[in-house]
Design a protein around this ligand. Structure first.
Ligand SMILES: C=CC1=C(C)c2cc3[nH]c(cc4nc(cc5[nH]c(cc1n2)c(C)c5CCC(=O)O)C(CCC(=O)O)=C4C)c(C)c3C=C
Ligand SMILES: [Fe+2]
Ligand SMILES: [Fe+2]
Length: 322
């Protein structure tokens, strides 16, 4: 019998915070028809024209503000999650890959098979299922498997948006961080990445799963957890309410102290550190807010590792006992 592997998959990030690297990354990411659901004949001229002419420079500037000693936060924390999970599950082969950019899903799947894995759990690190994240990550894995003569057996991680171990990790992480800051916010906001409203109408369960995560977390904490959606892109109508608009209105409604958590992101990244912890904070304070705190994502915390070991052991049941 061969080995059992877990491949953690995250979104992807540029290799460096410069305009050329960000352009390469955005071109691959935004050319994915699961992400922008327009006919390519219509979309590609828009992407290659106005978008790739202007956005890479602006985004590279944002990336430079959050870049870490060992790379982009998304890559640094995803790698840390993989190393910590490998330590907790030494009998397995744990690896990580990115849907866009490097390390690619195909290259890591090939490496795992070469290392003797004949059973692999594909684990997109998205608690809430979305066609633009979970499905495209799995599509890429299946595409790589399609080219293999001897394929490993495959399982995929069930979306864990309502899993008691996930809710508990969020509850514990929220309470620990608020206690460390000695902060009692007037309101807790759960900001999730947005999606075009149309995808919901077409049957994507993403929005409902975000709402359910926040409801369960509110129940566990015994307080309101208000849902908002961030990172709007393009002109179509996106899921609402928007995080930035909501935050700007709060001081006028008597809410001066907020804590924002970003439970849809397994790892801190541009969207949490720059968009929320820097930009949303500045907007909130400019609108008259007194105190704003962004609570870190679960990253490779003890709470996170409890969660992932729990999910892995459950998804691998039957394989592990053999
Ligand atoms: C149509 C465009 C986009 C859709 C749909 C979308 C969905 C989506 N994205 C995430 C998670 C992440 N997105 C990140 C960055 C990012 N997202 C978009 C656009 C769409 N996302 C862009 C253009 C960018 C790049 C940055 C920018 O130029 O603004 C990231 C961070 C990557 C990083 O390097 O740190 C994450 C993570 C989810 C979960 C999601 C749907 C549910
Ligand atoms: Fe995104
Ligand atoms: Fe953003």
């Amino acid at each position: 019998m061969g080995k059992i592997g877990i491949l953690l998959i995250n979104l992807g990030t540029p290799g460096a915070p410069d305009t050329a690297s960000v352009r390469r990354y955005l071109k691959e990411f935004l050319s994915d028809p699961r992400v922008v659901e327009l006919p390519q004949w219509l979309w590609q001229p828009i992407l290659r024209g106005p978008i790739l002419m202007t956005r890479p420079r602006k985004s590279a500037h944002a990336y430079r503000q959050v870049w870490m000693e060992h790379g982009s936060p998304l890559a640094v924390y995803t790698r840390a999650i993989s190393s910590a999970l490998q330590q907790g599950l030494p009998e397995l082969v744990v690896d990580w890959a990115m849907r866009y950019g490097n390390p690619s899903i195909a290259s890591r799947l090939e490496a795992m098979v070469a290392a003797g894995c004949d059973r692999i759990l594909l684990a997109p690190l998205y608690p809430q299922y979305c066609g633009a994240t979970t499905a495209t990550a799995l599509d890429a894995a299946y595409e790589a498997l399609r080219k293999m003569r001897a394929q490993p057996a495959i399982r995929t991680l069930t979306p864990y948006y309502a899993d008691p171990a996930y809710i508990e990790a969020l509850r514990a992480s929220t309470l620990t961080q608020l206690a460390a800051l000695d902060f009692a916010p007037d309101l807790l906001i759960a900001s999730f990445h947005g999606m075009p409203e149309r995808t919901r109408l077409l049957g994507d369960p993403y929005r409902d799963q975000c709402v359910e995560t926040a409801r369960l977390l509110g129940e566990a904490l015994g307080c309101e957890v208000r849902v908002t959606f961030q990172s709007r892109f393009g002109r179509a109508k996106w899921l609402g309410p928007a995080t930035d608009d909501s935050l700007r209105k709060l001081p006028g409604q008597g809410v001066g102290k907020v804590a924002v958590l970003t439970p849809g992101f397994a790892a801190d990244c541009l969207e949490t550190v720059e968009e929320i912890a820097i930009r949303a904070k500045a907007d909130f304070i400019a609108a008259g807010g007194h105190k704003f705190v962004h609570l870190s994502c679960l990253n490779a915390s003890r709470d996170a590792m409890n969660l992932y070991e729990n999910l892995a052991r459950r998804e691998l049941a039957g394989w592990l006992e053999r």
